[in-house]
Structure formats: structure tokens, C-alpha cells
Design a protein around this ligand. Sequence first.
Ligand code: GLV
Ligand code: MN
Ligand code: MN
Length: 412
Amino acid sequence: MKLDVDRKRLVSEIEALASISDGEAPAVTRIVFTPTDLKARAWLRTRCEEAGLAVRWDAVGNTFARWAGSDPAAAAVGTGSHIDAIPNAGKYDGVVGVLGGLEAIRALQRSGFRPKHSIELLVFTSEEPTRFGIGCLGSRLLSGSLSPEAAGRLADDEGKSIDEVRGGAGLQGELADVKLADGYYKAFVELHIEQGPLLERQQIPLGVVTNIAAPASLRISIAGAGGHAGGVLMPDRRDALCAAAELILAIENAALTSGAWDTVATVGMCEVFPGAVNSIPSQVRLSVDIRDTDRERRDAVMRAAENAGQAISAKRQVAIHTDLLNADAPANCAPGVVEALSQSCQKRGQNFLPMVSRAYHDSLFMARITPTGMLFIPCRNGYSHRPDEYASAEDIARGTLVLAETLAVLSA
Ligand code: GLV
Ligand code: MN
Ligand code: MN
């Protein structure tokens, strides 16, 4: 099969989508269900319809663009990713999997290939946790990993419920109907930038993912006592930020000493109240993200954080309260999809690295309902979630070609 990826068009589409942003270029900010996100969705829908795909969406806005196979009743083969972007992000996270997936379908169409199983491009809603505090909202609901009741209780920072927000975006229907029927997909493959440095460092053009690390997210509230920064003597203080500082270092230490590089822990948000230079912090709120490919090891870091919190609370006379937002199970990619990806690399003469995904992806949840695999391309310096995130046109086109080849194998 002669497969050609239209690299120029793909790159210009990535640029066009990046221009639909609330960030100042080159930064991309596209928070779910903002007017900007809705504009990007409409733009993408037009691109899918131009490719002759039948587009539908569900009650949470997950979008499905289908190229019907010769056996339309057979389970579909899915590919795709997300287009929402955290504040001050880059152009490629998620987008490469969506626009690369679209171009892979177009390349297959141009080659004369006709799939037996329909091929469906998926654009998941809110892979990023920015608005509702939980990542992979769309794929959690699709896969039945989050109950519609729990999803219905989510609200954004302004207190708007998910129903209010999705209603405002014109989405109708029940969250309970988002879960896909058993056997809907035959397989799912996601193309993504690596978001780490290994491929670039080892000069290997492609990564075939074998397993996906899973995150746990915590919100920790610390309540101490405020007061005048001049008037309150040091022995009398119950400074919530000093307690938070100790706790942050204890969490870092627990991850550092887990015995495996796969364990990572990040305190990415620290809100200080009242936030005045001459006022002792009385309250602090931390957001904590702990990940591992091994659930037990990850959970041990969570227990260490809990124990450290109790000790710090007693020592400093502050109240520490932890809310668990999610603690997901890591996923293994399906051997059959890993094999299809590996063979497609070989067929196209491409060296590849079997590797772990340390970032999470919608594939983490798709793996619960269908055989799933991921294909990584390098990104410069491993940078991601920052405006200078970059993947070369050559690498994007290469990944798209191997994705197309893999979709052909899986959908035949
Ligand atoms: C996804 O964006 C992640 O944080 O891994
Ligand atoms: Mn991301
Ligand atoms: Mn992503």
C-alpha cells in the first residue's frame, strides 16, 4: 500500500489550531468549554467533515468522527487524543494525536485502502484537569471509570457545575449515556508527543508504549493561625505555610526514596491565605500529583504523605485535611496493539523504543474497555506543558505514517 502523509497540510493545520488560543503566541491556552475551546471544536469539526467523516458528539462533548468500514456493524478501531490545553501550554500535546489521526485517515483514503472495521477519530473532552480538577474527564465517562453521579458533582472554580457548563456549550443529553456499549471498539491507538527526553536523547524516532503510569491527585488544606508579621513572636506561631513547606519536602523525599525512577511526586499548586507580606499565613491549599507505573509503590508515597501530615500537624499545631481526588490504576498496553505498532514501525523501516508513558493520557482509560496502544514521537528537550514545546514536522509525519499503517492493520 502506498501511503503518503501530507506533511505540509498537517503542519499548517497544527499552526491553525494553535492560533485558536487564549494565550499569547507561542503559548497555547485552551480550557475546556471556553469560547476558544468551542471555536477550536467547530474548526476541527469542519476539517473532519471535509474528510467525509460522519461527526457526532456525546453529552460531555467527546467527539467521534467516523470513516465507515465495509462492515459498519463491526466494532470500530479508534484513534485520537485531546485539543484542550493547560494555561501557557504548547501546540503539540494532544493535538498531534488528533490532527495526526485525521491525516492518517486521509492518507489511508488517498491510498485507496478501504477498512472493514470503521475507523473513528476521537477527540476527548477535558484530558487536562484545569477546569474541573480531574484529568481525562471524557474518557473516564466513556469507559465507565467515573460514574455520571460523581461527574455531575464536579464544578469549576467559579462554582459552575458540569451540567451548567456543558449546557452553556450547547451539549444536551444525559451524562449517564456517555458510557460506550461493551465491544464498541475493537482497538484504540493514540499518537502523542513523548513529553519526556528519552527518544531524543537516544536518537530513536518512535516509541511504542508498553504501559502507562497512573496518577493520584490530592488536595491538602492546612489551617494554622494568622497574625501580624511583626507582632507575633516566633515560638507563638502556627504558620500554615511553614507547615506546607515541610510537607512538600516530605512528599518529595518519599518519591525520591521509593527505590524506582518511575515514582514522581509534584506539588504544583500552593495557595496562601491571606497572602500579604506582613501577615502570617493562616491557611494554605496544596495540589499534589503522585504517579507511578506500580500502584503499590505510588500508594506508599500517598501513605507517607499522610503520615508526614499527621506528624507536622502535631508538631506545629496546625490542622491538615486531605481530599483524595483520584487514584487511578496504571494500565498495560495490549500485546496485540503493541505488536501491530511494532510491526508497522518495522514495515516502514523505523527504529523504535519500547517505553513507559510517564504522563497520563486518555489511553489509560480506553485500556479498560478495549485493547489499547500508544505511539510516541520525540519532542525537543522533552519539553511539554510549556510554550516552547516542539516536535519537528518530520517526526510528526513519521508518527502519522506509522499510525496510518497500524490503523490499516487493525481495521482490515
Ligand atoms: C497529562 O497532561 C498529564 O498531566 O500527564
Ligand atoms: Mn497535557
Ligand atoms: Mn496530552
